[in-house]
Structure formats: structure tokens, C-alpha cells
Unconditional design. Structure first.
Length: 96
């Protein structure tokens, strides 16, 4: 699965408040990779949900049941601050 970088750029450009806002190629690649990872994770979780329910086919209802897990950030159970890591395309490639 791969998201078109041109599509990502056009989507982001559509939401810019200023028409002269620019985004560099690495940022577009990073957003595309993040979207790919979220889509794969969503499909995997939906398939697991379907399996848990004994279904042979994954439906939109299975995806709806796991959607909150994808969009609600998980915070650590500790009160300490979360370490910040610079996220690069290379780092994301290691996650696959």
C-alpha cells in the first residue's frame, strides 16, 4: 500500500490558510509514510476484530470499532514527560 505524494501534497495544500505556504518533499514523504502505517494498522486491527467476532469478512463496522484506538493518542501511565524523537522517513522505514 502506498499513498501518492502528489495526492498528499494537494490534500495538505487544500488546508493551508495562506496560498503561498510551502511544504518540502521530505515532509510530504513523511506524511505519506505515516498515512500508510495508520492504514495498515487500521486494517490489521479491523481484521483481528472480525476474527474475534467469528466473521469471515472484514466490514466497515469492524473498522469503526477499532477507529478510536487509531485516533486517540495513547499516553504513558507514568507522570513523566514523553521523550521526543525526531521522526524521519528512515526511522519510519525501520518500523516496517
Amino acid at each position: 500500500m502506498k499513498f501518492s505524494e502528489k495526492l498528499i501534497y494537494e490534500f495538505m495544500k487544500f488546508h493551508f490558510e495562506k496560498s503561498n505556504t510551502r511544504i518540502n518533499a521530505d515532509a510530504i514523504k513523511l506524511v505519506a509514510k505515516i498515512m500508510e502505517l495508520v492504514a495498515k494498522e487500521g486494517a490489521t486491527r479491523a481484521a483481528y476484530q472480525a476474527k474475534q467476532e467469528g466473521a469471515d469478512t472484514v466490514t466497515v463496522e469492524h473498522l469503526e470499532k477499532v477507529l478510536a484506538q487509531l485516533i486517540i493518542p495513547r499516553l504513558t501511565q507514568h507522570n513523566s514527560s514523553v521523550e521526543r524523537v525526531q521522526c524521519t522517513p528512515e526511522l519510519l522505514n525501520t518500523a516496517l
